[in-house]
Design a protein around this ligand. Structure first.
Ligand SMILES: *Cc1c(COP(=O)(O)O)cnc(C)c1O
Length: 356
């Protein structure tokens, strides 16, 4: 057990929030968790009011981008207990990102106990209405105060939370990107690192101006194989087969992606994790075999795709009754709130009586 020093807010903002009308990414809970690494050890575990932190202008993460993050959600189950969805998977992925970016890994107990302590502290920020949750954002930044380029010795690990409502997603209109690149083999596409999101903004901005919601990234060499959809993973459905790009260095290994794969296999689907070319998708469509396409990620869980535009030509995918996308989404939601049995052991309970 780590020893967490707690300083509470004097005035909670809880009363100012309309929990039935939450705007994604704006309603930060009252507190945040912080830990420091001084080049030797992790220390100063603390929970303090959410708010600005003093930063030196020469902080290395702001110049050279040693910054990684995670995202997951804590839910209020129907018996009113609190549980976090698959936090150990996020923990593992965070330290894989840390290794790739030459950053200090975070000990498991700091990550998990930090999450739980914040959930206990701000449990009233975890709404109970359908589809809502406390989004948890752990992140790690390099904090050396030094102009030179080298891996930092000092780090700060923080977690904050944000109350989020049900994510209503319109079926997505997608541009298959054939000019810009998100990731390349040997690069950092598999790490959840800040620079990946900055470098994706330009292409996304252009696609949005053209009337699309997002871009579907393709491989860096031929722009032929599908990779990811914005910052979500992508799936193609044909009959009782699900196909998703293999995560071989350029695709982020989504926890939702993995959950969807496991559930679909349980439903009796065949799941192929392999290269999928845009030509294969076009061919499926021509033969009437392209049933569904969807994106997966923590924020929206499962989002159906209704249009894929490739070099100016669109494939339209008609919304279906009883789609697997909708079934997966509601099944996942039900597991997270304990409305259906958690056969995979994905929920991590937050015991409320502990006082750390
Ligand atoms: C976070 C992320 C995903 C989705 O991962 P989840 O664990 O399912 O939320 C997919 N692709 C990218 C690039 C991401 O950053």
């Amino acid at each position: 057990m780590i020893d967490i020093k707690i300083s509470k807010v004097s005035n909670s903002r809880h009363g100012e929030v309309d929990f039935s009308n939450l705007v994604f990414g704006k309603e930060f809970s009252d507190h945040m968790f912080i830990a420091d690494y001084d080049g030797k050890e992790w220390k100063n575990f603390r929970i303090q009011p959410y708010g600005p932190i003093p930063l030196s202008p020469s902080l290395s993460c702001m110049h050279y981008g040693q910054a990684i993050f995670e995202g997951m959600k804590a839910y209020r189950a129907i018996d009113n207990t609190i549980q976090i969805f698959r936090p150990y998977d996020n923990f593992k992925r965070m330290n894989e990102s840390a290794e790739r970016m030459c950053m200090q890994p975070v000990p498991e107990e700091v990550f998990i106990e930090g999450l739980k302590a914040l959930c206990r502290m701000d449990s009233n920020w975890i709404p109970s209405n359908e589809g809502s949750a406390l989004y948890l954002r752990p992140f790690l930044i390099a904090t050396d105060d030094f102009l030179g380029i080298h891996p930092s010795s000092n780090y700060m690990f923080m977690i904050y939370g944000c109350s989020v409502g049900a994510y209503y997603n319109k079926p997505l209109k997608i541009k298959v990107e054939t000019e810009f690149v998100r990731a390349v083999k040997g690069g950092v596409g598999e790490a959840k690192t800040a620079g990946n999101y900055a470098s994706a903004m330009y292409a996304t901005h252009i696609a949005e101006k053209e009337g699309f919601h997002q871009v579907l990234w393709t491989d860096a060499f031929e722009h032929k194989y599908l990779e990811e959809l914005g910052s979500s993973n992508v799936f193609i459905v044909s009959g009782k087969t699900l196909i998703t790009p293999a995560s071989n260095g350029t695709v982020l290994k989504g926890v939702t992606r993995d959950s969807v794969i496991q559930l679909a296999k349980k439903y009796g689907y065949t799941v192929g994790e392999r290269p999928i070319s845009i030509d294969e998708v076009i061919e499926l469509d021509k033969n009437g075999l392209l049933d569904e396409a969807f994106a997966t990620g923590t924020a929206a869980t499962v989002s159906p795709i209704c249009e894929l535009s490739y070099k100016g030509v669109s494939i339209h995918i008609k919304p279906k009754e009883n789609s697997i996308a909708a079934e997966l989404k509601s099944h996942l939601e039900n597991i997270k709130r304990s409305k259906e049995e958690d056969v995979f052991g994905w929920n991590e309970k937050v015991v409320m009586t502990q006082t750390s």
